[in-house]
Design a protein around this ligand. Structure first.
Ligand SMILES: C[S@@+](CC[C@H](N)C(=O)[O-])C[C@H]1O[C@@H](n2cnc3c(N)ncnc32)[C@H](O)[C@@H]1O
Length: 227
């Protein structure tokens, strides 16, 4: 990256960082979701939303604003989320059965929207980070199979790479429309993209590619019923 490009990038990051401080958002990531919603109309008043990888809560704030008093928002993360009015949270690892069960029990039925900004700890090794991100994205799809209502929507982050097609196939099997988008608030240096899916075919008989442990970067086997 040239010095000028770096300067432009830093100004952009600083802009969203300052804006988040000024407008009371917990993270600059809020602007990514606001921009996605503006373009793709994700939220409706009264929606029930599940947010995966929700710490510190920037997306939760946006979701809560959008669904209003009549809506409901649940956030889940490895890290404890500071309490937020009108939002329930779970601390746990989505790849663990106990966390998935806690989520199922708290939701107690179906949600209208699943959003996932989950990201692995960055190792700095491109294919490892990509494989870990794909692993988390497949868990987000698994959450949809369990709690998303028919016609529901999914927004999830994935780091681009050679296994992106695996994720795309899983969502294309389940949703009537799928778009891949990078909001303006994403850093230019980031490999992240957001997959925006609408029109969930609930109970469609599709088999999810099972996410393997993070260390196994490339081998995915097919199995239908992991939790
Ligand atoms: C980019 S941050 C999310 C920022 C958030 N959307 C916001 O607006 O404040 C990604 C989050 O994913 C969480 N995460 C990563 N792996 C996870 C897992 N296995 N289960 C639950 N959360 C996970 C991380 O703890 C981290 O807080």
């Amino acid at each position: 990256m040239s010095l000028r490009d770096r300067w432009v990038q830093e100004r952009k990051n600083e802009r969203y960082y300052k804006l988040a401080k000024k407008e009371g958002y917990r993270s600059r990531a809020s602007y990514k979701l606001l921009q996605i919603d503006e373009r793709f109309n994700i939220f409706k008043e009264g929606d029930f939303v599940a947010d995966l990888g929700a710490f510190p809560g920037g997306w939760l704030q946006v979701a809560k604003e959008k669904v209003g008093e009549t809506g409901k928002v649940i956030g889940l993360d490895l890290r404890r989320i500071k309490p937020m009015e009108g939002v329930e949270t779970i601390v746990g690892d989505i790849t663990e059965d106990s966390t998935m069960l806690e989520l199922l029990s708290l939701v107690g039925g179906k949600v209208d929207v699943v959003i996932s900004d989950m990201a692995p700890n960055i190792a700095g090794h491109y294919s490892t980070d990509h494989a870990r991100s794909v692993h988390l994205a497949l868990y987000a799809v698994n959450v949809c199979d369990r709690i998303l209502r028919k016609g529901g929507r999914l927004v999830m982050k994935v780091f681009m790479g050679d296994m992106f097609g695996t994720v795309l196939k899983e969502v294309e099997d389940r949703f009537s429309t799928v778009r891949v988008h990078t909001p303006a608030a994403t850093r230019d240096t980031s490999s992240e993209v957001y997959v925006i899916c609408k029109g969930f075919y609930a109970n469609k008989d599709v088999e999810l590619v099972e996410p393997k442990p993070e260390t196994e970067e490339r081998e995915f086997s097919v199995k239908g019923n992991f939790i």
